[in-house]
Design a binder for this molecule. Structure first.
Ligand code: PA5
Length: 440
């Protein structure tokens, strides 16, 4: 169960450097109509995201597709970018994906998320992978994203080059996209369906960066053997106070939104999210997209920064503590005490660290998280604490829903639409023009 504490964010908690308490009080008042609006979305079923935690009807289909993908596969490449990839990645990290030292030793099928388009990486991958036992999942809500389409075409060409027969190409693929609209070319389906590639339907009412709890995130999670029911159950926990009609004071996501609003209004233009757990490192990447793309509108929004504890104490801490007071810190601690290797007493003594004797690495990480929070406070830096007892599917689902609700509520209170992204089109259109003109 997620526990959130805001005490050390305000002047009353950390002294002059904190967010003025009165600014937070005003933000709290502004959150009341935002929360009411969100509740209306749930009541009127206008925001399908809010219906997901209670829905299990789609889970058998996801498990079936996952079993088909696992069948005979040594490697599964998830092709998709932005919101079509980051949710899956953060869930995959529960199994060690993207974690230094662990990712090299994961069992088959190995899952790879190829979210960035890089010609050399993709060429090397296609040359190196055992293509006869490699499967590809092409995920694109719109079905028209250039990165995903080009990767899918290159994968088909590589399979052909490896001697895979035309009628076997479909076996290597799974598609995930919205249904085709009548009279309109759906590029991804037009590319893959002629090979007999099966498609899962992308929820039409849940956009990419909010899609982690739909089949977009849950399909890769199921391929990796994660408990996808538990992810939805955890999400239900974060949503419960909204559905129960609790006031802002008793709704953690609304409290978090008020804090962020107050931070922005008092000149803290940077929001830093710093978990003390490798399993949450990619959650910060997912959150950065969610926060930036949802709120960066009409000259508003704050800059999301992902950090990781304790390693970033050796990288960012100097700036965080002694640089400009333009940041709101959120530290996520996990009950690490007693976890991990125990420290040999004689060896601890030999290095002059008697206090390490008999402790575990988890004891130190737990102490470091607490110490970091207190150091932020002593230096007059606004810090929010979020604590979870452990990181599993349920707590992960809860954290994901918490941050999605917090983002939506912040957007509602700021008066921006947290679901669109009008500014991202311009560069896409220009890149297509330059490609046609041979520029670049
Ligand atoms: O969150 C978003 O809306 C974006 O990041 C999209 O997910 C991303 O641009 C990919 O779009 P699509 O899923 O249509 O390929």
């Amino acid at each position: 169960m997620l526990q959130q504490s805001l005490d050390l964010a305000f002047v009353s908690g950390v002294g002059e450097g904190g967010i003025p308490d009165a600014v937070f009080e005003t933000a709290l008042a502004d959150l009341a109509p935002a929360l009411e609006r969100l509740r209306g979305d749930a009541r009127d079923k206008t925001l399908p995201l809010l219906g997901l935690p209670a829905d299990t009807a789609d889970l058998p289909g996801i498990r079936e597709a996952a079993a088909r993908l696992r069948d005979g596969a040594s490697d599964v490449l998830v092709l998709g970018t932005g919101g079509s990839s980051l949710g899956g990645q953060t869930l995959a990290q529960l199994t060690g994906y993207g974690t230094a030292g662990l990712s090299a030793f994961l069992p088959e099928p190995r899952v790879h998320f190829i979210d960035n388009l890089d010609p050399l990486t993709f060429a090397t991958l296609l040359k190196t992978l055992p293509l006869k036992t490699t499967k590809f999942v092409s995920i694109s809500k719109s079905g028209g994203t250039g990165e995903t389409l080009l990767q899918s075409i290159a994968a088909i060409t590589a399979l052909r080059g490896a001697g895979v027969a035309e009628d076997r190409i479909g076996w290597h693929f799974q598609g995930l996209s919205e249904p085709a609209k009548p009279g309109k070319l759906h590029a991804l389906r037009a590319l893959l369906e002629p090979f007999g590639v099966p498609f899962l339907e992308h929820h039409t009412g849940v956009g990419g960066r909010y899609s982690v709890l739909t089949n977009c995130g849950l399909l890769p999670a199921a391929v990796l053997g994660l408990d996808i029911d538990a992810l939805r159950r955890g999400a239900a926990r974060a949503l419960a106070p909204v559905l129960a009609g609790e006031p802002v004071a008793k709704t953690p996501a609304a409290q978090g939104a008020a804090l962020n609003l107050a931070a922005a209004r008092s000149g803290r233009n940077i929001a830093v999210l710093m978990p003390y757990s490798d399993k949450l490192a990619l959650l910060t990447r997912w959150w950065m997209q969610l926060w930036a793309e949802s709120l960066g509108k009409d000259g508003q929004g704050t800059q999301p920064v992902g950090a990781l504890g304790p390693v970033d104490q050796h990288s960012q801490q100097q700036l965080y503590l002694a640089g400009p007071r333009d940041k709101l810190f959120t530290v996520i601690t996990v009950a690490n005490k007693g976890k991990g290797p125990a420290i040999d007493a004689a060896l601890a003594e030999r290095i002059g660290e008697q206090d390490f004797a008999g402790r575990t690495i988890g004891d130190l990480v737990a102490a470091q998280g607490l110490a970091m929070i207190d150091t932020f406070a002593r230096n007059g830096r606004s810090v929010r604490k979020i604590h979870v007892d452990h990181v599993d599917e349920e707590t992960h689902g809860e954290l994901l829903m918490h941050f999605m609700l917090e983002t939506i509520l912040t957007g509602y209170a700021m008066g921006v639409d947290p679901f669109d992204q009008p500014a991202v089109e311009e560069a896409k259109i220009l890149a297509k023009r330059y490609l046609a003109e041979g520029r670049g």
